[in-house]
Design a protein. Sequence first.
Lengths: 336, 345
Amino acid sequence: MSDIVLETRDLVKHFPLTRGVVFKKQIGAVRAVDGINLQLRRGETLGVVGESGCGKSTLARMLVGLETPTSGDLFVQGKNMSKVGAAERRRGRRNIQLVMQDPYTSLNPRMTVGDIVGEPFEVHPDVLPKSKRRARVQELLELVGLNPDHINRYPHQFSGGQRQRIGIARALALNPEIILCDEPVSALDVSIQAQVINLLEKLQNELGLSYIFIARDLSVVRHIADRVAVMYLGKVVEIGTEDQIYENPTHPYTQALLSAVPVPDPKLRGLRDQIVLTGDVPSPANPPSGCRFRTRCWKAQDICAQQEPALAVREKSAHPSACHFAEVRDVVHAVE
Amino acid sequence: MSTDVNVKLDALPGLDPNAMPLQVKDLHVEFRTRNGIAHAVNGVSFDLRPGETRAILGESGCGKSVTAQAIMGILDSPPGFITGGEILYRGVDLLKLPEAQRRKVRANRIAMIFQDALSALNPVFTVGFQLGELFRKHRGMSRKDGKARAVELLDLVKIPAAKQRVNDYPHQFSGGMRQRVMIAMALALDPEVLIADEPTTALDVTVQAQIMSLLAELQRERNMSLVLITHDMGVVADVADRISVMYAGRVIEEAPVDDIYASPAHPYTKGLLESIPRLDLKGQELSAIKGLPPALTNIPKGCAFNPRCRYAQDVCRQDPAPPLYQVSPVRTAACHFWKEVKGDV
C-alpha cells in the first residue's frame, strides 16, 4: 500500500450564481475552489492556511463528502471516491473524520455526550456491536482527557475546551486514519488552545493519525504542521515543508501573510520587515485574470495579468510556488 | 468650530486640564443574575497618560469588556451594576455626572470602537448618514455639512473613493472597511481617549495589520490615548506602552510592555506567554495552563488563580486575595510569590 493516504487532483468547486425564480438561469459562478492538488502522507500533518474566503473550508467540506466537487478527483487510500459505488464510498468516508471550528454549535444540545460520541456507530453499525459501544465511548472520552463518568451529561455542562474534546472523541470513534481539523482552536482562549493542540499532537503520536489542519492562525500551523499549503482565492499559491514556507517563503502573498502576524516580543517592535497589503481580496465570482494575487502584489508586471503562474518549482524557489517572480525573502526572523 | 461644546465641557465641576485623561480607581461591577451574583469586575484600577497606549489583556470572561462598558456608560443595567469605584476624566468622576453631561463627555472626549463592526453599525442607514449624525447631534450642523464631514472622515481612514462610498450601507463594505468606518465614527469628534475593544479579532491577519497601522498613525497625529482591550499577546507586543493583565475581574499584573514579556511576575501572565505558539519559534510541546478559568459567580477564595497555579501555597488559598505588590517602581503584580515567578530568587 502506498504511503499517500489522501490525494486530490484538480479538485474544483464552483457555486452557481443564478438569476430569476421560475426560469433560473446561471449568470456566473463563485469559484470557491479552483483546481487543488494535494497529497497527504501517512502520519503527517498538512497545514492549510489562508484568509477568509480563500476556499479552505469548501475544500474541507469536499474532502469529508459534505460537498460534491464540480470536477476533479479525490483519492482516499488509492480509491477514487467519485468512481466507486455508494457502499464503498461510505466505507471510505469512515477514514476521514472532521473536527469542527465552533464547539458551541457543532454539538447537539439535546443529546448526551455518550449519544454524541456514539452516533458514528449508529451510522456505521457494522463497526462495533451494540453491546460494546458504551464501553468504547467511555474509552474514547478517557483518551481525550474527559472523565468517562460524565457520559450522561449534556454539552452545556462543559466548557469550550472540553466541548472541543468531545468533538475530537466523536471524530475518533470510527478509528479513522485521517482527521480533518477545520479551525479547531480558533474559538478557544489561548490557555485552553494550548491544551487542545497538545491533545491533538498526543493523539497523532499514539494512534498514527494523519491530519489536515486548516487554520487562519499561522503560528498555530507552524507549531503543528509538517508541510504547509498556502491558499489564495481558491488556489494553492505555495506549498512546502514547514521550514520552507516559514523561513524561505517565495510567493509574495505568503510573505505578506507571514509578515502581518504580530510577534509576541516587544523587542522586535519596528524591526520586523512588515509588508502591509493594500486593498481587499477580490471577489471569487470574478477573479482577476492571470495571477489572482496580482491586484495586490507589489511585484506585478504585465505577464502576471496575461499568464497564470503554475504551482511549480522555480529557479529561485526550491519548493512549488505559483509566482512568475518567486524569490526567497526572509520575513520571519527565527529565534533559536 | 467646536468651541461652544468645549466651553460647556470646561465648565464641568472639578475639571482639571492637567489631570490624566482617564483614571479608573477601584472599579467594581456585578451582574445580578438568576444564578447568583457574578462578580465581573472586582477592584480594577489603571490610569492613562496623554498619547499613551494601555493594553488590557485577558481571556474571555475576565472582565475586560465590562470595564470598557462601565467607562463608556453603556453597561446593560440591569443586570449589570457598578457597585463601587471612580472613573475620572481629567479629574471629573463620570459616575457622578448627570446623564446629559456624561453624554457630552462621551463622543466628544472618550470614544469606543467595537469588535464586530457589522452589528455596531445600523444596517438601515447609509454610512454617511450615520457619520453625519454625530455632527448634526453634537455640533448642530446641517445635513449637507454633516455629509461633507463624513466624506472627509472616510478619507482620513483611507477608504478609497470616499465620495461614492459615503452613500453605501454597512453590508456593502468588507470586514476591514467596516472597521475603518467604525474608527472614523469614533474619531469624528476628536476624542482624547479611544477605547478599542478587540478591534481586529474578527479580521484576517493582513487586514489586522492594515487596521493596527492606521490606528497607530491616527493616534500619533492627534496625541490621542488608547485603551486597547485584547487577548492577543502579539498585537499587544506591537503597539502597547503599558499592560494591565486581568484575571477573574482583577488586574493581576501591571507593567511596561518590555518588562512583562521579558520577566512576567505573575504565574498567569507567565503561563499565557508560555502557552502561545510563536511564528518565530520551532514547535515543541506547548506548556498549557491546566484547568479552566473560574465561574464569576463562584470565584475561588484567596487568589482567584490558585487552583491552576503551580506556585500555589496555603497562603494563596486564604482570603484576602494577594494585594498588588510593588515589583519595581513602575510595575506591580498580585502574587505572594512574585520573586520566585520572576526568577529573582
